[in-house]
Design a binder for this molecule. Sequence first.
Ligand code: GDP
Length: 199
Amino acid sequence: MSACIYNQANYLKSAPTLDDLPADEGYEVAFIGRSNAGKSSAINVITNIKGLARVSKTPGRTQCMNLFSMDDERSIVDLPGYGYAKVPLTIKQRWEKAINQYLQKRQCLRGLILVMDIRHPLKELDMHLIEWAMACKVPTHVLLTKADKLKNNELKKTLRDVESELSGYGDLITTQSFSALQRSGIDEVRAVLDQWYEV
Ligand code: GDP
């Protein structure tokens, strides 16, 4: 087992546009998901740094890409949450365009962690995201979080259903259950990140 680098994560900067991202080099992994899915909690638990991803909730930064770095080469990008009904259409369209460009152009992007509430998986925008990521050949790991909200048999069924739904994409997409509350699934997601970061 490699040394855990995730607890070395530090807040680096917030980037309002793709042009504000750091140089396109090293290893980047992006976290994305519907607002309230549990993305910030997952980042905090994976890094074991309480409040790390809280910065993304700071007013004015919710539409930003928030960057955290573990070392000179390896960073996490916390992408803006989506699915807020109140957000005007123009902002939604701008978001979709930016995410698409990011997935298409970012050379250092090693993988995407797609966070979904296990009780509401594979909503329309999640499916769009998966299609875009797959079209760009970006390896994607689906984190079905809030697993503590389901009974064991329901959890297994949902996991099976989601895996079956995504099976057409082959190895490019993987799935696991996770709970920030119970701190379960941490080793599994870190193992995926270790591979992407080559640690
Ligand atoms: P984000 O908007 O995707 O960053 O979501 P947050 O991480 O802020 O979480 C949204 C809400 O879900 C908060 O009230 C969290 O406490 C709750 N939450 C996050 N992860 C879990 C989990 O694993 N289990 C449970 N029961 N609640 C969670």
